[in-house]
Write a protein that binds this ligand. Structure first.
Ligand code: FAD
Length: 299
């Protein structure tokens, strides 16, 4: 594939065979065939409209919930960045945030604006685009509880969808085909900035104590099955601390995988599959991956 034959003429950045691993939380994985950073919304809409449907399109945010496979990703990997996609503004009792804005930054803005209800975002290390796409949540709240609307760029143009139209479920949203979240309006309720900041400090302290938040990780590896906690099942199957190559099940939180240094994506995914198999045989429960695995295995 050559750029001119396949990609529409964009004003943004296009990089061939772009290394992605350094900008993922796990620090593993191969390159993007094409990494595209559109200059602004018009650029993104042009790309979506004119990119042939046969070229795979993958969107990544902060890559905090991803295992990027060692063979890299075919086609276009889209990353939204910069002011065109990262602006945050207050609109009455809502915060309108671009998809590239970090969840934690949005939580800080809400606190400064005296808007409560978005504190849960302060400890989630992704972007607003990823939060909508994953229905991210923590400490009893999820995106679906606070989302008023989100705008999604599609091959047919820009659409504004209400929360009900995303079909939100636990760590799941349904997006239009080749849809890219570009902006979201999150509802707060008036509150005391000091009390909101105190709640955020509590959340951060609790995370520091219970999760390997500074490690090369991908957050919760498996979804909690109905009525159970994934970490308890992983523990019950004797997998806490289990190692494969440079990958390890966290000793601190058994539902987190770690790259302890030299892990490959295959180590991490293989370890996750080994854990699933052990949990299945020890407890009968089939764990479902929460972490998305994208791209191709190494040749
Ligand atoms: C230490 C740690 C703690 C975590 N704690 C939590 C937690 O408490 N709660 C929680 O829910 N998650 C948690 N996570 C997981 C992760 O941070 C969230 O799922 C987050 O919402 C992912 O956002 P992202 O921008 O990193 O998305 P990515 O990981 O880059 O992508 C995740 C998915 O979203 C899609 N996506 C990303 N951006 C867009 C977009 N603009 N438009 C359409 N689709 C898009 C991707 O295609 C992919 O399918 C944690 C992760 C880590 C590393």
């Amino acid at each position: 594939m050559t750029q001119h034959a396949t990609l529409p003429p964009l004003r943004g950045r296009i990089q061939a065979q772009a290394p992605l691993a350094p900008s993922t939380w796990f620090r593993v994985g191969g390159p993007a065939e094409w990494l595209v950073r559109p200059a602004d919304l018009d650029d993104l809409l042009l790309l979506l409209r004119d990119l042939p449907g046969t070229v795979p399109l993958t969107v990544i945010g902060a890559a905090s919930n991803l295992i990027l496979r060692d063979g890299g990703v075919r086609g276009v990997v889209l990353r939204l960045a910069g002011r065109a996609f990262g602006a945050i503004e207050r609109d009455g009792e809502a915060i309108i945030a671009g998809a590239a804005a970090l969840d934690a930054t949005v939580a800080e803005h809400a606190a400064a604006a005296g808007l409560a209800g978005l504190e849960f975002l302060c400890g989630i290390p992704g972007t607003i685009g990823g939060a909508v796409a994953m229905n991210a949540g923590a400490y009893g709240a999820e995106i679906k509880d606070v989302l008023e609307w989100a705008e999604v760029a599609t091959p047919g143009g820009l659409v504004r969808l209400s929360a009900a139209e995303f079909g939100f479920a636990y760590r799941k949203a349904v997006l239009p085909a080749r849809g890219v979240v570009v902006r979201a309006s999150l509802r707060g309720t008036p509150g005391e900035s000091a009390a909101i900041a105190a709640r955020m400090a509590e959340i951060r302290a609790s995370r520091e104590a219970t999760q390997p938040v500074r490690a090369r990780t991908g957050g919760s590896t498996f979804k909690n099955p109905p009525g159970a906690k994934a970490w308890q099942l992983v523990d019950a199957a004797g997998c806490r601390g289990l190692v494969r190559g440079g990958a390890q099940v966290s000793e601190l939180h058994a539902n987190f995988l770690l790259n302890t240094g030299g892990a490959t994506a295959a180590d991490l995914e293989g370890l996750g599959e080994a854990v699933r198999a052990r949990v299945k045989s020890a407890t009968g429960v089939e764990l479902e991956w929460e972490i998305k695995r994208i791209g191709e295995a190494a040749a």
